[in-house]
Design a protein around this ligand. Structure first.
Ligand code: 3DD
Length: 425
């Protein structure tokens, strides 16, 4: 480990060169964020502001972090999952002078130690993916909230937690729900999770998907993306759900829908994407076929009940990176990927740069809005706030432009028609 107090703690600074190449690769595929960096680097809107961030340390996150720094911000960063940090990227950020505390394979104590370090110098802004940083501020350092003008939250689960907290009147400062921006959830959650989850499964198992019974628990944006991509690879997709409308959508999308108790007996590969705990439990594991592969792509590692699985096992061993074999009392073997943590980031590199480009354009603009409103003397209520809808169209417009795609525009007459309620058949 390489550690310098107040500066960084990373696995190995010597990995910085390889990490820089990964970051350059991502920069070349994140044209929207790079355009924002170019647009605001001159103005330095974040000068004098410190951003504390807690978000997966990937090559894409590094582009966001260095964009904030290029636009004047002081940045201190930790990872938001013990298994998702890319050590080469973390080393490159440390070498570039970014304050960063992140390494792959942290234990829970190291994970929270890293978050604490990002708060050693009080931040003005917090940026979360799963709300662990903002919860640390609220539960361990509430006095810091006096200096904090606002925050942002990247993921579905985190937004749910913060909305519940705001409902309870416990939120101490305003937070933008970046996850709820259309150019985030309808792209990152669907197309990003769809591809990166398959990527994680293939890197950890190298199995054929075609012809396999591929069980997806949860048919929200993430589950829908995974199901779509598995179907595209020739798998027979089975969906389990608790929400009737989502189950109906899956059925009409051509997926088989059944209970997990039924799916457990026939599935070859299982992915949970629900945000709920205990989705696959001991009683499901014992029904599974010999050789079944089980993983999770939800933010927290609560969806697979591995405690019950261990209690049913006579032996366990790691057979490949991110692939642990459990031998059950009934002699069957179950393969759990990435220790039940989000397989797309723990066993692969997370979503492709092209979709994170839009998610992180929303993150950048959310913090720019917070700083602008602060400087205009506007105090935002301590609520979870949605980003303006027009921002979505602007981000999508720039994205299309960078893809060389042109679209039509409404004529004046059509614009008038759109609001003319008197026009009938
Ligand atoms: N997430 C997925 N891939 C990521 C990547 N390449 N870099 C950073 C974060 C990444 C997680 C986000 O998609 C977040 O939107 C989520 O957890 O929902």
């Amino acid at each position: 480990m390489d550690y310098k107090e107040g500066a960084y703690k990373v696995r190995d600074l010597r990995l910085a060169g390889a990490g820089r190449k990964r970051i350059e690769w991502a920069e070349s595929r994140m044209p929207v964020l790079m355009r924002l960096r170019e647009q605001y680097a001159k103005e330095q809107p974040f000068k004098g502001y410190k951003i504390a961030g807690c978000l997966h340390v990937t090559k894409e996150t590094a582009v966001l972090v260095e964009t904030f720094a290029a636009c004047g911000a002081e940045v201190a960063w930790s990872g938001c999952n013990p298994l998702s940090t890319n050590d080469e990227v973390a080393a490159a950020l440390a070498e570039a002078g970014i304050e960063i505390y992140a390494w792959h394979g942290q234990n829970v104590e190291e994970f929270y130690w890293s978050i604490e370090r990002t708060l050693d110098r009080p931040p003005h802004l917090t940026l979360d993916d799963g709300a662990d940083l903002i919860f640390t501020v609220h539960h361990r350092h509430p006095h810091l909230a006096e200096h904090i003008i606002g925050g942002s939250e990247e993921t579905t689960t985190g937004v749910h937690r913060l909305r519940a907290m705001a409902e309870d009147g416990k939120l101490l400062y305003p937070v933008y729900a970046v996850n709820d921006a259309e150019t985030k959830w309808d792209f990152d959650n669907v197309y990003g999770t769809g591809q990166s989850t398959i990527d994680g499964i293939l890197r950890a198992s190298s199995v054929l998907l075609a012809g396999k019974n591929f069980v997806v628990a949860g048919y929200g944006h993430c589950g829908r993306g995974v199901a779509m991509r598995a179907k595209g690879m020739g798998a027979n997709v089975i969906v389990t759900e608790v929400k009737p409308t989502a189950a109906l959508k899956a059925t009409l999308d051509g997926m088989r829908v059944m209970t997990m108790d039924e799916a457990a007996a026939i599935g070859d590969i299982f992915v949970t994407a629900t945000g709920m705990k205990d989705v696959i439990r001991g009683r499901h594991f014992v029904k599974m076929k010999d050789g079944a592969i089980v993983c999770n792509t939800g933010h927290y590692d609560v969806e697979l009940n591995l405690k019950e699985l261990a209690g049913l096992s006579t032996d366990t061993r790691v057979v490949r990176p991110n692939n642990r074999e459990y031998t059950l009392e009934n002699g069957k073997r179950i393969y759990v990927l990435a220790e039940g943590r989000l397989v797309n980031l723990a066993a692969a590199e997370g979503h492709p740069s092209e979709v994170m480009d839009m998610s992180f354009a929303n993150q950048f603009m959310a913090h720019l809005h917070l700083v602008r409103k602060h400087e205009a003397g506007e105090t935002l209520a301590p609520q979870v706030i949605d980003l303006p809808e027009e921002l979505d169209q602007e981000i999508a417009r720039i994205k299309l432009e960078t893809m060389g795609i042109r679209i039509d525009t409404l004529s004046e007459e059509q614009r008038a028609y759109a609001t003319d309620y008197s026009a009938g058949t």
